[in-house]
Design a protein around this ligand. Structure first.
Ligand code: GLC
Length: 479
């Protein structure tokens, strides 16, 4: 099967969040299963730095967006059996950040139009075009609303995956014509209209053959008014073509036994002592003091979605009890400053690293006892799964994929549980759960069993990739 993924980020070239892990790991797994997979990305400035020298210019064309005429150069490279195409336009993509300059709507309109043009020019037509999130959301609409393109791609099926429904790709009505060269009646008829604007995410949902999101629980949440962020109305129309598939994690990259980033690799047999050694090394690296209490950590985008309002009070309580806390990530400045404040008050117990540092992230996963993820909402979440693989027990709010991947220890289920969880988004529940975990830390028998369960949880991509393959086959069969 020929599968083309279209996304705004993918490892190993560019990443701000879990999306990049998923587009890459899913593609890699599908490749191992014998499928032919390509990923199309914008050629961001940071990609240039990481580009392998074998990259080749393969296409060169112009895209018209009403009065603008923009140049696209397409480069091709490969990694792990996946073919990558990069769409270059220095005006739109030669910037230090992937997103956030205020013209993202225009940048990704250009990208999506260029992807369509590239797809015409590729030799083989894809069986499946799999779009991710809002950025390429207009692609199925661009193809299905164009008589020529519709005919050209008549055998191609579209899959849209929602990773984060909080980003909906809003544009003014006029952008339909000005950016996408589409007629405005698509707005008046409602196909692309959402909350009195155009939404490229909604367009992706309406025009794709099958829609997925990244966990079974989030699938149910998206169909409710409370969890749907307005999309529940749209998704209910597509209910029969909408399902949730839990993400996996890359078992090659996240393997405590072979991980070159951690000083003391380990297995199930020696995790208990090696974790201590990793912890000692990390405390030296980050210059904090061990008071013999558990280490709680976070590796995350620092944004409101991740539950920081619950984290701060819990952290104060934990450090008062002698615990250590480490956070790695970047995001909203207000939260970053609050972390700086806390560190200033407890410099020997709290370490923060603002920024992105893959290698340090591995060492944090390996050294920690507990991993905090009290998200307000979490379509899937990958950190909790990585933590489990490194024998670090996640403490989560049971929402979205966190609910599907963490079995709460309640005092009676030591043989099956692999972490801690609570339901209400409340400080009280968060504090209580962190303290409960603290108590378990001092019960070595229970801890050892929970750690073993976590490490043995199957979070590999295989199962999920098989489910995606079944979805692709179903789309192809439904004429
Ligand atoms: C988004 C979601 C996260 C999910 C990731 C990959 O970042 O917020 O929950 O794990 O996409 O699907």
């Amino acid at each position: 099967m020929r599968i083309v993924m279209v996304a705004s980020e993918a490892k190993p070239f560019c990443k701000t969040g879990g999306l990049a892990d998923v587009t890459y790991s899913l593609s890699k797994e599908l490749t191992l299963m014998g499928e032919q997979v390509s990923i199309i990305l914008p050629f961001y400035e940071i990609i240039r730095a990481r580009m392998n020298p074998s990259v080749r210019l393969v296409e060169h064309f112009f895209i018209s967006m009403s009065w603008r005429r923009e140049e696209a150069r397409v480069y091709r490279s490969s990694a792990d059996g996946i073919t990558y195409y990069f769409i270059e336009n220095s005006h739109y993509f030669d910037r230090p950040n992937l997103y956030g300059d205020g013209d993202d709507g225009e940048r990704f309109a250009f990208f999506t139009l260029a992807v369509r043009e590239l797809l015409y020019r590729m030799n083989d037509k894809p069986d499946i075009i799999h779009i991710h999130d809002w950025q390429p959301g207009m692609l199925p609409c661009l193809i299905k609303e164009d008589v020529f393109a519709r005919d050209f791609f008549k055998k191609t099926k579209f899959i849209a995956t929602i990773h984060n429904p909080a980003f909906q790709g809003f544009l003014d009505r006029s952008a339909l014509r000005e950016l996408y060269n589409l007629p405005e009646y698509l707005y008046d008829d409602g196909q692309v209209r959402f909350q009195e604007r155009v939404s490229t995410l909604k367009a992706g949902i309406v025009y794709s053959d099958i829609i997925t999101t990244v966990s079974p629980t989030h699938h149910l949440e998206l169909l409710t008014p409370e969890g749907g962020r307005g999309l529940d109305n749209v998704l209910r129309f597509r209910e029969w073509d909408f399902l949730g598939i839990l993400n996996g994690i890359d078992y090659e990259e996240f393997n405590p036994e072979t991980d070159a980033q951690i000083p003391y690799p380990f297995t199930l047999e020696n995790v208990y002592e090696k974790k201590k050694a990793n912890k000692k090394a990390l405390f030296e690296e980050l210059n904090i003091t061990d008071y013999g209490q558990p280490l709680y950590s976070m590796v995350t985008r620092i944004t409101w979605q991740k539950g920081f309002d619950l984290v701060f009070p819990a952290v104060e309580q934990l450090v008062e009890k002698g615990c250590n806390v480490i956070i790695l990530g970047s995001g909203e400045r207000d939260y970053e400053l609050r972390w700086e404040d806390l560190r200033a008050r407890y410099p020997d117990k709290i370490a923060i690293y603002i920024g992105y540092n893959d290698s340090l992230a591995h060492r944090i996963y390996a050294a920690s006892d507990f991993f905090l993820m009290p998200s307000l909402f979490e379509p899937c979440g990958l950190g909790q799964m990585i933590a489990q693989r490194y024998g670090t027990l996640p403490i989560v709010r049971r929402t979205g994929g966190l609910k599907d991947s963490v079995i709460n220890y309640d005092g009676n289920n030591v043989s099956t549980s692999n972490g801690f969880g609570f339901d209400e988004y409340s400080e009280w529940d968060m504090n209580r759960t962190c303290l409960y975990a603290f108590d378990q830390y001092h019960q070595p028998k229970i801890m050892q069993k929970l750690i073993a369960n976590a490490m043995q949880t199957d979070n590999s991509w295989r199962k999920s990739a098989q489910q995606y393959l079944a979805v692709y086959k179903r789309a192809i069969k439904n004429k």
